[in-house]
Design a protein around this ligand. Structure first.
Ligand code: C2E
Ligand code: CA
Ligand code: CA
Ligand code: CA
Length: 270
């Protein structure tokens, strides 16, 4: 038992060290990638369920590592959020996506832009100025930009976020609560945040048409959101069936592989 204990200890030690090393190296590489402009945004359509038209695109950050290949944002965003790197990433996404969408709008493609914000960015005094500058330099109207913040992050940092959110609201940009249903916000909190849009988390959308529970949850989220005048977007729609249920439940907009995966701008708008 003693030898087993020791070898197990060493196993974990090696495993932990390898993970830490990959992590440290990735962090270095990410910093490098930001500096060299190697990060880019993919765009996923958001469809209006009454007109079936694409009314917006969500810009999602992409990173192809020279050795490891594509690294998921679910891995590198949390890593970036632990340092100031997230502000660099955020500034990059903001500049790239506003420029792209403003250019497409000038070509007659009438879509709004949604991008994701970390609460750590709300902490950054220069965020509001950076957004103002991006809008001014591209000519994108403030009302065409929607900033998405996850429910869990908003609830965790609600006090801290309030002031910046108010400043953003004054600019005229839209605000959305993302991944809704995974946190524990109340109707009162939602109302106080003066948001425009609520995105229902994919985990609830996935069960539509299969699970009565999922349908009950989505029904009540939509009713609650509409009661406080929020536009509701369902994310992660993959099947016709899910789409039909969402339409029947009076959901406003939807996004998901059923309509299109996130793709580079030149593929989405050839
Ligand atoms: P999110 O904001 O909830 O974005 C939706 C995610 O669901 C995206 O994953 C998208 O590719 C994926 N998705 C969309 N439709 C479907 C579907 O029908 N089925 C399935 N299975 N997945 C679908 P992605 O691109 O890997 O991004 C993951 C998360 O990383 C995002 O979740 C967002 O929280 C974060 N993220 C991405 N880009 C940025 C960014 O520029 N800034 C910040 N702060 N976070 C970002
Ligand atoms: Ca999002
Ligand atoms: Ca989401
Ligand atoms: Ca998500």
């Amino acid at each position: 038992a003693k030898t087993l204990g020791r070898s197990r200890y060493e196993f974990f030690n090696v495993e932990l060290r390898m993970r830490l090393q990959r992590r440290l190296r990735l962090e270095q590489d990410l910093r490098d990638a930001v500096r060299r402009g190697r990060l880019w945004a993919a765009y996923q359509p958001v469809v209006d369920l009454r007109t079936n038209e694409t009314v917006a695109v969500e810009g999602l950050l992409r990173w192809t590592h020279p050795v490891h290949g594509p690294v998921s944002p679910t891995e590198f965003i949390p890593m970036a959020e632990e340092s100031d790197l997230i502000n660099l990433l955020g500034a990059h996404v903001l500049r790239e996506t506003t420029k792209e969408v403003a250019a497409r709008r000038a070509d007659g493609i009438d879509v709004d832009l949604k991008i994701n914000l970390s609460t750590r960015q709300l902490d950054d005094a220069s965020l509001v100025l950076a957004i103002e500058a991006a809008l001014a330099s591209t000519g994108l109207p403030p009302s065409a930009l929607c900033l998405e913040i996850t429910e869990s992050a908003l609830m965790r940092d609600a006090a801290l976020a309030g002031e910046t959110l108010a400043a953003l609201r004054n600019l005229g940009v839209r605000l959305a609560i993302d991944d809704f249903g995974t946190g524990y916000s109340s109707l009162a909190q939602l109302h106080k945040l003066t948001l425009d849009t609520l995105k229902i988390d994919r985990s609830f959308v996935t069960g539509l048409g299969e699970s009565a529970d999922a349908e009950a949850i989505v029904t009540s989220i939509i009713a609650m959101a509409h009661a406080v005048n929020l536009t509701v977007v369902a994310e992660g729609v993959e099947t016709e069936k899910q789409l039909e249920v969402l339409k029947a439940l009076d959901c406003d907009q939807a996004q998901g592989y059923y309509f299109g995966k996130p793709q580079p701008a030149h593929k989405l708008w050839p």
